[in-house]
Design a protein around this ligand. Structure first.
Ligand SMILES: [Fe+2]
Ligand SMILES: [Fe+2]
Length: 406
């Protein structure tokens, strides 16, 4: 078997990077419409890991003399792009999982493994080093996805359509030249992942989401009683899911934002997915369970339907998450006072992450509106506009955030 030249390597890495970004956007676009909570959490983690894969590939590309921007992302073929579009449009949760974890990702893993066998070594060890890491992690994703698919199939007693869909995609993928677009010229076809107006994210049957924010008083509970903890953790759990979902929407809605901003959003999606796991576990340790109280998705509609990603960050990262930091500090103090060291330790980790999320908002709004005072004014005014009319929580960009920054 012949080994890859610098140029061959370069083009293949650009194609892999295109796919990793597509996977990240598919998960981001789908997360809020998926009912299964394990999928939401897995997507939060998956968006982050795929963003890291794309980042590693993106750093290797210029080292291989691919300094032009066009090498960073190469659509393998028009047919493949159209296949991804078709998969993206499928509304069925199980069929989406099959497409991503039984067709697309396994084929990419196989392409990575083949690539590793054709490397010129030790000349191209830096490529081997990253591809091995990426392929191993993608294999973990495939295994996770397969477990979820099995569970969904058992609970829905569906088999027939699933196998047919998988076969159809396999055939189309093959005809498109596989994930490398072999025998095809690079694609020029593009599509945007557009979303209809959204009033609420999908939740499973256990949740009772109340629509009127004025009736929602869960945040008034105090963390120094057992009952208060249950109410507050339950409310927080829903907020963690919301944040995984809205980070996904930023990644899917705005492919043109700076790469580092995408890495930050994907990182936040992972943080929130871990928070959901942590918070649910603590809730259950304390004898609680999902759905024991009503919950609210206030802010969702005002966030994900905004056409400017910075308005979304101003509202949710700089306002809600900044507010949440204050609450978490209060919880830590109360957990300490009442000797609940377990809750204290966990909430301290949550707070450490949340401070970073507020700073993502501060940083990107500052950076992207530096030369656009009009946009900055509009972005920073947006939270007040929402809160003035609808919600008792009314703090944004307060002293605590400034204090954390120093
Ligand atoms: Fe969080
Ligand atoms: Fe957060």
């Amino acid at each position: 078997m012949s080994t890859f030249t610098v140029q061959q390597n370069l083009e293949l890495l650009g194609k892999y990077r295109y796919l990793e970004i597509q996977f990240m956007e598919l998960m981001g676009s789908w997360a809020y419409t998926m009912v299964d909570p394990e999928i939401k959490i897995g997507f939060g983690r998956g968006m982050f890991q795929d963003s890291v894969h794309a980042d590693l590939l993106g750093k290797r590309i210029p080292e291989l003399k691919g300094r032009s921007e066009r090498y960073q992302s190469i659509a393998p073929s028009d047919d493949l792009v159209k296949l991804i579009e078709k998969i993206w449009k499928n509304p069925d949760e199980l069929l989406r999982m099959v497409a991503l974890y039984r067709v697309l990702k396994p084929h990419l893993v196989a392409a990575y493994r083949r690539h590793l066998e054709q490397l010129e070594l030790p000349a191209d060890e830096p490529t081997a080093y990253i591809l091995r890491h990426i392929a191993d992690e993608e294999e973990d994703h495939v295994q996770w996805g397969e477990k979820v698919i099995q569970r969904l199939m058992e609970s829905s007693k569906r088999n027939e359509g699933v196998a047919a869909w998988q076969r159809e995609l396999e055939q189309e993928l093959h005809a498109a030249g596989g994930v490398r677009g072999e025998g095809k010229s690079p694609g020029t076809y593009t599509f945007r992942k557009r979303h209809p107006y959204s009033t609420l994210p999908a939740r499973d049957a256990r949740w009772n989401v109340i629509e009127s924010p004025a009736e929602f008083t869960e945040k008034n509970w105090s963390f120094d009683t057992h009952e208060g903890k249950l109410h507050l953790l339950h409310d927080l759990l829903n907020s963690e899911f919301i944040t995984v979902e809205r980070m996904g929407r930023i990644l899917a809605d705005f492919p043109e934002i700076p790469w580092q901003m995408k890495l930050d959003m994907a990182r936040q999606a992972w943080d929130e997915a871990r928070h959901a796991e942590i918070v649910q576990r603590r809730l259950e340790e304390l004898g609680g369970h999902v759905g024991m109280f009503p919950t609210s998705c206030f802010g969702w509609e005002q966030d994900v339907n905004r056409p400017d990603p910075l308005e979304r960050l101003a509202l949710s990262n700089m306002t809600f998450e900044s507010e949440s930091c204050k609450h978490l500090r209060d919880w830590i103090a109360k957990a300490k006072k009442t000797g609940d060291t377990r809750s204290q330790q966990l909430v301290e980790f949550l707070l450490a992450d949340e401070v970073n999320h507020v700073l993502y908002g501060v940083h990107w709004i500052d950076d992207l509106t530096k030369n656009d005072p009009e946009r900055r004014k509009r972005v920073l005014a947006y939270p007040e506009q929402v809160l003035a009319s609808q919600h008792p929580v009314g703090v944004y960009f307060d002293e605590t955030v400034n204090a954390e920054k120093k």
